[in-house]
Design a protein around this ligand. Structure first.
Ligand SMILES: [Zn+2]
Ligand SMILES: [Zn+2]
Length: 254
């Protein structure tokens, strides 16, 4: 199995390009407010639960414990982000924390913002980074067949329900999620502004109301780098992490 090669998988960029084209087409010719609302809700499910709470805080950092059912739910929701296999995400993100803003960091903006945003740098993950998950048959299966599963699912959904619903429910969150990731990986690592904790990298907390609203706690990125094993990024009085509160209320078990 080729681990961690998803960002340069030969399907990745064409599929992402197709998602952009589909979204632009639908927004121009078939715009609907209902579609946008459904797309935003789907984004919260896939990107919020599947990606930020699931792939990031649960699987990569193991910052809380949850039930088997919720664990499987998070794996399922992460699939729809079209970021590639969860196993690759875990490895790449662990590399990011281990080597933040150095040559070995897979997505430091020091390597070029455009390249980082569109994952144009070849990335390969050392299996030692994901040793604890290499025997997980669910993650191995989705790592092996990710793109085939994604395309197969998309074709079946479009045949059953039509292209426009597909674009609002799936393409919209995929494209939005790409730029939200870019916002964290690039803007929250620009080295500008105050660094509340000295982490030795360029991570920063971005505290404007706009970043708080858009990233819902992910904007406290320097806090996250300071203590990645914490399920919440609220470290100080007055800080607010929406995802941490959702984890505490709906996912974490003692
Ligand atoms: Zn970071
Ligand atoms: Zn992290």
């Amino acid at each position: 199995m080729r681990i961690g090669s998803y960002h340069i998988h030969h399907y990745h960029h064409p599929l992402l390009l197709i998602q952009h084209a589909l979204l632009l087409w639908v927004l121009y010719y078939h715009f609907s407010i209902e579609g946008i609302i459904i797309g935003l809700l789907a984004k919260e499910l896939f990107k919020g639960l599947g990606d930020e709470i699931g792939a990031h805080r649960y699987f990569t950092h193991k910052s809380f414990q949850t039930t088997k059912f919720k664990e499987n739910l998070l794996i399922f929701l992460h699939f729809f982000n079209m970021q590639g296999p969860l196993l690759s995400y875990i490895g790449i993100h662990r590399m990011h924390h281990a080597f933040s803003d150095t040559e070995k960091d897979p997505h430091t903006p020091l390597k070029g913002k455009f390249k980082v945003l569109y994952w144009l740098n070849p990335i390969s993950v050392n299996p030692s980074m994901i040793r604890d998950y290499l025997k997980d048959s669910r993650l191995r299966f989705t790592a092996k067949w990710y793109y085939e599963l994604y395309v197969g699912f998309s074709v079946i959904f479009i045949m059953l329900f039509g292209l426009i619903p597909y674009v609002y429910i799936f393409s919209f969150p995929v494209v939005l999620g790409l730029y939200l990731n870019g916002l964290v990986n690039i803007y929250c690592h620009d080295g500008r502004g105050e660094q509340d904790s000295h982490t030795g990298d360029n991570s920063r907390n971005k505290k404007s109301w706009l970043m708080r609203f858009i990233l819902k706690g992910g904007n406290l990125h320097n806090n996250h780098h300071a203590l990645a094993s914490n399920y919440t990024t609220e470290h100080r009085h007055g800080e607010y992490d929406f995802f941490g509160r959702v984890i505490k209320k709906f996912f974490a078990i003692q």
